[in-house]
Design a protein around this ligand. Structure first.
Ligand code: ZN
Length: 50
């Protein structure tokens, strides 16, 4: 399945055995996001502190 990156709006592949709370990374922009729901798939962008 895929989710839409909240940052760049590109589709990001989520592995089939992903779990809520797992951190995935957008291959397009490198943003990290936490899976908050699987059905429907939803992610929350993790804001990096700089
Ligand atoms: Zn992205």
């Amino acid at each position: 399945m895929t989710v839409k990156c909240p940052d760049c709006q590109k589709e990001v592949l989520v592995s089939g055995d992903a779990e809520v709370g797992e951190i995935i990374e957008c291959e397009n922009c490198g943003a990290e996001m936490e899976i908050v729901s699987l059905d429907p798939p939803r992610v929350l962008l993790i804001e990096e502190e700089k």
